[in-house]
Write a protein that binds this ligand. Structure first.
Ligand code: ADP
Length: 203
């Protein structure tokens, strides 16, 4: 994490934004933008199962056998398998159908329930991808707005989670999240600043 952006929310809570690959994060948990079957798929989902290995799918199968498919907005946890992260939190974002089918509330639930689950597990930090903005087609600027608002509001009430990291797969998505973060920070608190942090690469 040599080059990232940080929004200090006070009381030890921070939001971090970076361009990167979710499977390579050293947070306690990484969040998977799964689908309701929990059987893996493309995008982030495929990358997490490939990098983490078969133990993740084994647990997903048990969860589905016990409680059925995971509805949009809900979240469950499994092992991280071979990932550095000890846990994967699987959540299902909404499919974008024009914005009038409850998509913002479902996306908010996906972020909120993932964060609350991480908090219940006693985790200190977790990394999110830009849920629903791939094959599910959610417009990135609107998704960023919801993701950041919910992260701020949920972090405030968290007992254990102190850092929420947004890991964006390309520069355009990162820039869209940064723009949303700046406008939310300006609107909410005059003393909130988005800092660019660069550190020498570790060898
Ligand atoms: P969804 O089905 O929720 O839209 P996708 O996996 O298709 O999920 O895409 C969600 C976002 O994750 C997209 O912005 C995509 O570019 C990004 N993405 C894909 N692979 C990775 C990865 N390895 N790490 C982080 N983000 C990723």
């Amino acid at each position: 994490m040599a080059d990232f952006y940080k929004l200090d929310l006070g009381e030890g809570s921070t939001l971090v934004f970076l361009e990167g690959d979710i499977t390579r994060q050293d947070t306690d948990a990484v969040v998977n933008a799964a689908n309701s079957t929990l059987m893996g798929g493309g995008g982030v989902d495929g990358a997490i199962h490939r990098a983490g290995g078969p133990a993740i799918l084994e647990e997903c199968k048990k969860i589905v056998a016990a409680q059925g498919h995971l509805p949009p907005g809900e979240a469950v946890s499994t092992t991280g398998g071979r990932l550095t992260a000890a846990f994967v939190i699987h959540t299902v974002g909404p499919i974008w159908r024009g914005g009038m089918q409850g998509e913002p509330a479902l996306l908010a639930n996906a972020y909120r329930n993932s964060l609350r689950l991480a908090d219940r597990l006693g985790l200190h930090n977790l990394a999110f991808p830009a849920i629903s903005t791939g094959v599910y087609g959610y417009p990135i600027a609107q998704a960023a707005q919801t993701a950041i608002e919910v992260a701020i509001d949920t972090l405030v009430g968290s007992r254990n989670v102190r850092e929420v990291r947004f890991v964006l797969f390309d520069r355009t998505t990162l820039d869209t999240f940064l723009e949303a973060a700046r406008s939310i920070a300006e609107r909410r608190r005059a003393d909130w600043r988005l800092d660019h942090v660069t550190q020498p690469q570790q060898t």
